[in-house]
Design a protein around this ligand. Structure first.
Ligand code: C6P
Length: 404
């Protein structure tokens, strides 16, 4: 039985007040909150075994190295990667995408084609545009419909023998659409293109199996999955990670260095130059333990209930328009109320203790598609409640009254 009140006790921040009111945190798509179990792991690291890894012969360094590499194995198992060295620690989703995009500079030729989707976050647009500028490759876009779903026949029509790469998010951060990545991966592979899936928004809500998906690259950030900021992972199929050149040069990523020539370390170290976010990696492993203990099926079922309830209650308010009405979506509701600016509503909600995100959500092309400057985005996690949605609806009605 899923007991949300018991779960909420794990999150100390949910007890705090904001502007004198109990916090209602509905900005989970931006960053999730951290349970005490993960905070304890962070405190334990800095209290007891903070040391640099892979370097020292001393005990502290070995303890830190063991914990960091054990976390890599946990992450490998979570995503069902074949090998631990297919898991590359990064600073987050953006870093992972840039690592791959930069690596492909030497693998693309002028006239090669890259496909992204209309639903992408800027992190999954700009690095590919920069790659096109460097290589002369051409960027193509899978269009979307009014519900915020990708138009798959148009994707099929874009594919040809020049298509080398396809980039798509698993779940849209701005609309919550769950994209049919199984279909996209299969079709892309049929023309020999590699696929990178941006899992920043999917990993908090579902458990991807990278081998079953047969995806070439999958990226995510720990801070969206109850872990700390500044750490994430890039999963890459071994064959691709072998082909890509290193992203950054420095300590840890080398085999031999002379002034004449440097040879590189094997996977995963080839992509992990410099001292990493050691504590972050260990805490990421702890966050996955925490989420897996609850269970991703349980999480998805409960969050869908919140999504349905929130949608139903919002639509009772006159003037509310929800953007993102895909059949397959997760617990993100993006909306506007009449012609009221989203920022004004967000500011008043904050005064009542309610945290939502307003604006273009780093997805300007989606806002351009709907011809709006931005939306108010309420995004739920498994520690939110229907009572919080009720509080939010009452506060929203007050905000609308004040601004009308
Ligand atoms: N989206 C949001 O409020 P980083 O910042 O590297 O951890 O993640 C970037 C990123 C990439 N792709 C998607 C689909 C994302 O949602 C995000 C982060 C946050 O929607 C902050 S902009």
């Amino acid at each position: 039985m899923f007991d949300v009140q018991k779960i909420r006790k794990d999150f100390p921040i949910l007890n705090r007040k904001v502007n004198g009111k109990p916090l209602v945190y509905f900005d989970n798509a931006a960053t999730s909150q951290t349970p005490q179990q993960v905070i304890d792991v962070i405190v334990d690291y800095y209290t007891n075994y903070n040391a640099n890894i892979h370097r020292g012969v001393h005990s502290l360094s070995q303890e830190a190295t063991d914990a960091y590499e054990q976390a890599r194995i946990k992450i490998q198992k979570h995503f069902n990667a074949k090998q631990p060295y297919e898991i590359i620690y990064t600073a987050g989703t953006t870093h992972g995408i840039n690592l791959v995009a930069t690596g492909f500079t030497s693998l693309l030729n002028k006239g090669d084609e890259i496909i992204v989707s209309a639903l992408e976050h800027h992190s999954n647009i700009v690095p590919w545009q920069m790659l096109c500028e460097r290589t002369g490759a051409i960027l193509k876009v899978i269009p979307m419909n009014q519900d915020g779903e990708l138009i798959l026949p148009e994707f099929d029509a874009l594919l040809n023998e020049n298509t080398k790469l396809v980039f798509v998010n698993h779940i849209s951060n701005a609309l919550g659409t769950i994209n049919p990545i199984e279909y996209i991966i299969e079709k892309a592979h049929s023309v020999g293109a590699a696929v990178l899936v941006d899992g920043a928004q999917s990993c908090p809500h579902l458990k991807p199996d990278v081998q079953a998906l047969d995806v070439d690259f999958y990226v995510c950030s720990a801070h969206k999955i109850c872990g700390p900021t500044g750490v994430g992972v890039l999963y890459g199929k071994e064959e691709w990670l072998q082909k890509l050149p290193p992203y950054q040069g420095g300590g840890e990523m080398i085999d031999q260095v002379t002034f004449e020539k440097t040879t590189y370390a094997g996977l995963p170290h080839k992509f992990e130059a410099g001292t990493p976010n050691i504590c972050g990696g260990i805490a990421f492993g702890a966050a996955l333990d925490y989420m897996n203990n609850i269970g991703f099926d349980t999480i998805a079922k409960y969050e869908n209930e919140l999504l349905d309830y929130g949608t139903e209650e919002l639509l009772k308010i006159e003037g509310v328009k929800i953007y993102g009405t895909a059949k397959e979506k997760t617990s993100v509701i993006s909306f506007n109320v009449g012609s009221i600016h989203p920022y004004d509503i967000g500011t008043i909600l904050d005064k009542m203790g309610i945290a939502v995100r307003t604006g273009h959500h780093c997805a300007q092309p989606i806002m351009d598609f709907y011809k709006i400057p931005g939306t108010i985005r309420a995004s739920f996690m498994f520690y939110n409640t229907k009572e919080e949605i009720d509080t939010f609806i009452v506060a929203l009605k007050k905000a609308i009254m004040m601004l009308s």
